[in-house]
Design a binder for this molecule. Sequence first.
Ligand code: HEC
Length: 169
Amino acid sequence: MNKKSLSLMSAITIGVLLFFASCGGGAPKEDNSKKSEAVEEATETTTEEATETAADVDDKYAAGKKIYDTKCVVCHQADAKGLPGAFPPLAQSDYLLKDPKRGIHQTLNGSHEEMVVNGQTYNAPMTPQVDTKEEALAVINYVINNFGNSWGELTMDDIKDIKIEPRDQ
Ligand code: HEC
């Protein structure tokens, strides 16, 4: 250990001691225990919320997750980070999060345009992926609220003017 880190260590030790000393004096004991109870409660709530959120997403968007896991995962990958140069990411995609309604259109009707996603250019075509607006809405809402995304939700009303284009079979 060098001199610098030694003096840092002692500074920390002094700081900690001062902290305890200041807690001990002044305020009545009862108050202190109440305070720590409150802190404990707050910590518990935070941890609970965190675990609930992760499970909630899968539960809340179960239909969308199912579509993702059967259809999109092949190209956009399990972590939704895509394959650089071939398949664009959906996780924290600046392109998708800027306009998720366009994402609904692309999921329904496919996409054949050059696009820049998170600074990288893609232009391989994507064929139509789902047949109904309900499916498109389910999977896009799942994607934009998962994989580190938290966009909020699109509703059926938001996408009412999107048309399903005729497909050549
Ligand atoms: C066969 C591979 C493949 C599959 C399967 C696939 N995609 Fe794509 N996806 C692509 C490619 C390639 C692009 C780029 C299209 C372009 O350049 O026009 C793309 C682009 C996108 C984009 C816009 C770009 C971005 O990254 O934000 C969205 C949104 C999207 N896909 C959603 C989906 C969803 C949702 C599914 C599943 C229902 C899906 N894709 C399934 C290959 C695929």
